[in-house]
Write a protein that binds this ligand. Sequence first.
Ligand SMILES: Nc1ncnc2c1ncn2[C@@H]1O[C@H](COP(=O)(O)OP(=O)(O)OP(=O)(O)O)[C@@H](O)[C@H]1O
Length: 222
Amino acid sequence: MTTETETGTRARVSLDAVHAGHDGADVLCGVSAQIRAGTVTALVGDNGSGKSTLLGVLAGTHPLRSGRVEHRGSHRPAFVPQRSAVPDALPLTVVQTVRMGRWARRGAWRRLRREDHGAVAHCLDRLGVADLAGRPLHALSGGQRQRVLVAQGLAQEADLLLLDEPSTGLDTEARAAIAQVLAEERDRGCAVVVATHSADEARGADRVLRLHDGHLTETPAA
Ligand SMILES: Nc1ncnc2c1ncn2[C@@H]1O[C@H](COP(=O)(O)OP(=O)(O)OP(=O)(O)O)[C@@H](O)[C@H]1O
């Protein structure tokens, strides 16, 4: 049986000498890392340094040129994309968007159960968007839509949660709400990786990894 302590120290995902990129050019040049359960890792680096590419590799959606990625979780990773990566005109309401997060557990288009609806309501509540549940996504502000995407990620109840700049463009209250839910996810044993340009978000993490010139280095968390 796995104890709490072991859960807290086990790697949810390991990267070994990963090379990956776009259009023939390597963006990640031999990246190795272990992401442990029950931690928040901030992924920092300049624009174009490869943070989104690395999140795609961790999610298992971006192809490797060489190296290895090993997942040890029991569910598919949850990935919360940058708001700009999601079309503004998706014909979905807020609650429908968050319900899609449950498909990771039930299978796409399957009938959701009472517990799924409960989980969706809880996630809407945690991100402060319950009162927007019936609104179409395209009728939301950018910050509201960003919170809905995070709620969709939470609804997956994954053991590896990857977020691409979730706090960009958010007001102070929304940033604090996201910091709070990420800490809660960590406390339930989830491995959280958050790409960020925010010094505050990096300061709140257990660990900070910096991408530069295709290489990943650990920087002290302030
Ligand atoms: N679809 C793509 N096709 C070609 N090149 C790409 C593609 N996506 C990213 N790149 C290139 O890969 C490199 C890394 O991009 P990536 O989006 O991973 O960086 P990032 O650190 O997330 O950047 P930002 O902080 O601006 O979001 C950049 O040089 C970028 O131009």
